[in-house]
Design a protein around this ligand. Structure first.
Ligand SMILES: [Zn+2]
Length: 154
């Protein structure tokens, strides 16, 4: 192998034997990510978790998704991670004012954005609980009075 130029060397020592028990699925929106990470770290006290971050988060797995092949592919990823890493919990985060939902067309009728998101999240959660036999928890992030709060979705 050619001599590689080291661009950066992390301060954090590499740990060989790490385990996780949770998969997190959230929207990849840049402006919410730091709040998601703080919530997962401090709000849920997750030590280690696998992560799938895509535009719209869990929406891609809904039965209403216009691209079933992509939905199936995402489900394969989720199933793979749950089985390969022996995960027992999936945490799904949605957020207010999601660009993906604003841009995505749900047919000719305009549906309430928040209602649509929450329905999608609960649909995906029910499907994953049934197909993978895991605990699935849903949370929704919303800015309020210059803070970011997370509420449970059931
Ligand atoms: Zn989003």
């Amino acid at each position: 192998m050619e001599q590689a130029t080291i661009k950066y060397s992390c301060d954090l020592p590499w740990q060989h034997h790490q385990t996780a028990d949770t998969l997190v699925v959230y929207c990849s929106a840049f402006d919410f990510r730091r709040y998601f990470d703080e919530f997962l770290d401090k709000g849920l006290a997750l030590k280690a978790y696998d992560l799938i971050a895509v535009p719209g988060g869990a929406q891609i797995m809904t039965s209403m998704h216009f691209f079933p092949k992509i939905a199936n592919f995402m489900l394969r990823w989720v199933e793979f991670l749950v089985k390969a890493h022996d995960l027992h919990r999936i945490v799904i985060l949605g957020h207010e004012d999601c660009s993906w939902y604003k841009d995505f067309r749900f047919g000719p009728i305009h549906l309430d954005l928040r209602e649509r998101q929450l329905n999608d999240m609960t649909e995906v959660a029910a499907m994953l609980r049934k197909s993978l036999n895991v605990q699935v928890d849903l949370f929704y992030a919303r800015p309020k009075a210059e803070k970011m709060e997370f509420v449970t979705v059931s």
